[in-house]
Every structure is written in C-alpha cells, then in structure tokens.
Design a protein around this ligand. Structure first.
Ligand code: DAH
Length: 339
C-alpha cells in the first residue's frame, strides 16, 4: 500500500464528510468509507497480505483515519441536525423556531383601551384633539382666567410659536362642541403636559381621559351613575363612588370623585392611605360660560364633564408605586402587563 494512496484516501474522505450538506449525504459518505463494504474496511482486510513492516505502518494510518473520519461525521451530524448549517431546500422543519419576543401592550395603553371600551358601552363616541394647543382652547374657552395659577409660566410649556402643550384633555370638549350640535357624548384620551418636577407621582408628560355629555336636561345624578358604572366595570362590582365639593373653572358645581378602595373594600389600607377612598377624577356640570363659548344655549342645554389621570388609575389597578416606571422602557417592568 503506497503512502501516497493512503494520503489521497484520507483527504478525499475528510473533504467529502466536511462538504456533505445533509444528513443523507453524510450517511452516503459514512457507508462509502466506513460501511461493511466500505473503502477503509476493505483496505484493512488487505493488510494481512503485506510485509510486516509495511503492515504496521499502513495499519496505523488506516485506524487513525477511521477514528478521525468517524469523529468528523459525528460532529457534522450534530451541526446539521441543530441547524448550524442550513441550506435552502434542506431546511429541517422539525427544529424549534427562532423565537423573536412579541411586544406587550403598555400598561397606559391597556388602561386607555379598557376605559374607552367601558364608556363606549355607555354610548360615548371617541373624540381627539391636538397635543399642541392654543391658549384659547386650553384656557380661555374653558373659563380659565388670565390670572389662574395653571396659566403660570412655571406650570405650562409655552411654545415660541405662541402655542402651548395642553395641560389637560379638556380642550377637546371645546373643539368637539364647536363642530357638533347637542346631544354630544364623547370621551377623549391622550397625552398632557405640565412643568412639574418629576417624582414618584408627577411626570411632565402623562395621560388623561376626558368625558363630556351635553343634552337637554342632563343632571348630576347621571354623572354619578355613569361614573359608578365605570368604577364597577373597571375595579369590581363592590366599588362605591362619592363626590366631594371642589372647584374647577369650567364646571359649576364641581366635584372631586373618589372610588372606594378596591383593595380593602373601603376598610382602609396602605393603598388608600387608611381612608378607604381613592381620588380618581375631577368632574362637574359644564359651566354655562363654556356652553356659551361654543354657541350652545345654556337655557336649553346642560351637560356634565369629567377628567381623570390614566397613570393614576394604572398605578392603583396594578399596584405600581412610581409613575416614572411608565416612561423608562425597562422591559422587566413592561413585560409584567403581558398581552
Ligand atoms: N381638567 C381637569 C384637570 O386636569 C380635570 C377635569 C375636571 C376635567 C373637571 C373635567 C372636569 O372635564 O369637568 O385637573
């Protein structure tokens, strides 16, 4: 047996095993070289005919090749079946897929969708307005005078263009009423902006949902029953609603709306700061001057309105203790609200 012949055999065998692109092709290589009738066993059988010196040398080379080739084939089987080597038309569909994580709904979007869904069932339509507002829609048309503290340069983002970033969703009320005659029954959810110093409960950017219902003879009892329906749908059947007198320029009378604490059933716990109640919304009967600003006759029509903070509701529903978590895009936080 020539050394060159064995060298050539070795090179061909290893090259073919390395080039095999499928398990079937690899098996062909194995049969051709290592199988019962393969090239290597055939040569091993012939060793006996060789002179002792040559036999030992050739035997060593052949056995080493046998081990080397078997090892390479084993490695290639591993690669091909784990998908490390993949080729068109030879795709192994039994392999597990490459998982690209699905995104999850942001908790703020979740609460908006849920809240809007509840109000839609009460007959509300969805309205929208711009984030960049004018002083007229954000303040003047809402009966908010020049000297009102929320108009302070410290509290509102004014733009060089003369516009401002809306400080609440209430301007959508005015924009909608300008374009529609009563009855109007709308909700508007979206971003609001205030020049607050960020802390656990304040953010310069947050979300509100606004509601407005104007018709003949709308009463405060309707406001209360609609908000009670909302509270129960959102937080559970046992939740109670209470009104506390308050002041807003655009409603008269005005109230702050509390829900009884869903965590302790109103007995008092850490979430509700031992009071049994959680402040959720501002609301009231639309001030006649707001109706006049949009050419509705306050003698003919009355209405109610409310506005509430989405993050605040999300924090209460999910037990989140810092508003800044909503804006940090930390997946460890966001993934907990899966959907
Ligand atoms: N705009 C108020 C705020 O941001 C919330 C509010 C109070 C909205 C009373 C209303 C309302 O529509 O009637 O604090």
């Amino acid at each position: 047996m020539e050394t060159d012949e064995l060298k050539g055999l070795r090179e061909r065998a290893l090259a073919q095993a390395a080039a095999a692109e499928s398990l079937a092709a690899l098996e062909q290589v194995r049969i051709a070289y290592l199988g019962r009738k393969g090239k290597i066993p055939a040569l091993l059988k012939k060793l006996g005919q060789l002179p002792a010196e040559e036999r030992r040398e050739a035997g060593k080379v052949l056995n080493q090749l046998k081990r080397e080739l078997a090892g390479l084939i084993e490695k290639r089987v591993g690669q091909l079946s784990s998908g490390e080597v993949r080729d068109e038309g030879r795709f192994d569909y039994t392999l597990p897929g490459a998982w690209r994580g699905l995104g999850t709904r942001h908790p703020v979007s979740r609460v908006i969708e849920e809240a809007v869904g509840i109000f839609r069932r009460l007959g509300f339509e969805v309205a929208e307005g711009p984030d960049v507002e004018t002083e007229y829609y954000n303040f003047d048309a809402l009966n908010t005078p020049e000297d009102h503290p929320s108009r302070d340069i410290q509290d509102t983002f004014y733009l060089e263009s003369g516009g401002l970033l809306r400080t609440h969703t209430s301007p959508v009320q005015v924009r909608h009423m300008e374009r529609h005659r009563p009855p109007v029954r709308i909700v508007a959810a979206g971003r609001c902006y205030r020049r607050d110093v960020p802390d656990a409960t304040h953010s310069t950017n947050f979300h509100q949902i606004e509601g407005l219902y104007v018709n003949k003879r709308v009463s405060m009892s309707e406001l209360k029953s609609d908000l009670a329906f909302f509270a129960r749908e959102l937080m559970g059947r046992k939740v109670q609603v209470r009104f506390r007198p308050h002041f807003f320029p655009f409603t008269e009378p005005s109230v702050e709306v509390d829900f009884s604490c869903h965590a302790c059933g109103g007995k008092g716990c850490r979430l509700c700061k031992r009071s049994g109640w959680i402040e959720i919304a501002g609301a009231g009967m639309v001030d006649p001057s707001v109706l006049e600003a949009v050419d509705y006759d306050p003698e003919e029509y009355t209405g109610y309105a409310f506005g509430m903070g989405i993050e605040r509701i999300a924090m209460i529903m999910f037990g989140i203790n810092d508003i800044r978590l909503f804006y940090e895009n930390d997946r460890r936080f966001l993934e907990q609200f899966g959907w």
